[in-house]
Design a protein around this ligand. Structure first.
Ligand code: ADE
Ligand code: ZN
Length: 326
């Protein structure tokens, strides 16, 4: 049976760096790694105690990315794998600040990522993310530098260490982005509580919440998200790996779906958390006992939540409605 058509709306291209490519790029660019054995590296990727413990490894590994070809290879590998997973549309996060701080030019990373998107076997666009722990001034500087490449990305997002870096600090940079016609999303409610989700909605004016799993703690917030059909891009394997949720069986995805929220399933950082979007679907189906109709609803939601042109979204949703779900 062919995979279910979906949109993937929450994936960090930097988090798709598989151990094999990491080793190949380290050799290509003469960058030292703690080990050159992909199996041993992958083993290290699997043991995290928190978001920060993951981010430390994730940022360190990105030192292997140097040339436009490296960035192309990373993005192209993700898009090929996503196509095989049934992804029709990918809205892919990238973190320019990490690469700029590694001495890579903005034009280099944009050239690599953008060329891979142009060559992609599926519909894809880029979303530029700010590293919230580097603060609002750095975010604004990054956006201004990025605007030289305005046609290469469709929106902005906010990621990295959440606690202590609330959305309200980024009000100005989101206003600048909005004035440029950019779409707005933000990570909120991954480790921090519902107040971060409120701020992302009311102060930043975001159109989607990335993660948002902690919204359930506030019934008034749930009512707001439902009434406004604000999509939540949930990443089940990520939440378990980073200890936001005790186990997949305890994941709130089904509760969120039953509450009428526009939830979607995504991979976040598939190289680190044990699977791509298809693996996330399979894992939650098994652990939460989702029905075929639940799965269909999740796929329909993903296209509703996408920033793709309406005609494309409707075509993909028709595909979902006629798909056999095994
Ligand atoms: N960057 C990459 N993955 C992330 C996540 N799950 N949360 C915040 N920032 C990230
Ligand atoms: Zn994320």
């Amino acid at each position: 049976m062919p995979p279910l058509p979906v949109a993937e709306l929450h994936v960090h291209v930097e988090g798709t760096l598989e151990a094999e490519l990491l080793v190949a790029l380290a050799r290509r660019n003469d960058v030292a790694l703690p080990t050159y054995d992909p199996v041993a590296l992958t083993e290290r990727y699997r043991h995290f105690t928190s978001l920060q413990s993951f981010l430390d490894v994730y940022y360190a590994n990105l030192a292997v990315l140097r040339s436009a070809t490296d960035f192309y290879d990373l993005m192209a590998a993700y898009l090929r794998r996503a196509a095989a997973a049934g992804v029709r549309r990918a809205e892919v996060f990238f973190d320019p600040q990490t690469h700029l701080n590694n001495g890579v030019g903005f034009e280099t990373l944009v050239e690599g990522f953008s060329s891979a998107v142009a060559d992609a076997p599926i519909s894809a666009d880029l979303i530029l993310c700010f590293l919230r722990d580097l603060g609002p001034d750095a975010a604004e500087q990054t956006l201004r530098a990025g605007l030289e490449f305005r046609e290469h990305f469709i929106g902005v997002g906010l990621d990295s260490a959440e606690l202590g870096h609330p959305p309200r600090l980024f009000k100005r940079v989101y206003e600048i982005a909005a004035a440029e016609g950019l779409r707005k999303v933000a990570h909120a409610g991954e480790e921090a509580g519902p107040e971060y989700v409120w701020e992302a909605l009311d102060i930043l004016g975001v159109e989607r919440i990335d993660h948002g799993v902690r919204s359930l703690a506030d019934p008034r917030l749930v009512a707001r998200l439902r009434a406004d059909r604000v999509p939540l891009t949930v990443c089940p394997l990520s939440n378990v790996c980073l200890k936001g949720v005790g186990s997949l069986a305890e994941h709130p995805l089904k509760t969120m779906l039953d509450a009428g929220l526009v939830v979607t399933v995504n991979s976040d950082d598939p190289a680190y958390f044990g699977g791509h979007v298809d693996d996330n679907f399979a894992a939650v189906r098994a652990a939460l006992g989702l029905s075929a109709e639940d799965v269909r609803q999740l796929a329909l939601n993903s296209f509703e939540a996408s920033f793709a042109p309406r005609e494309d979204k409707e075509r993909w949703q028709a595909e979902v409605l006629s798909a056999q779900i095994g």
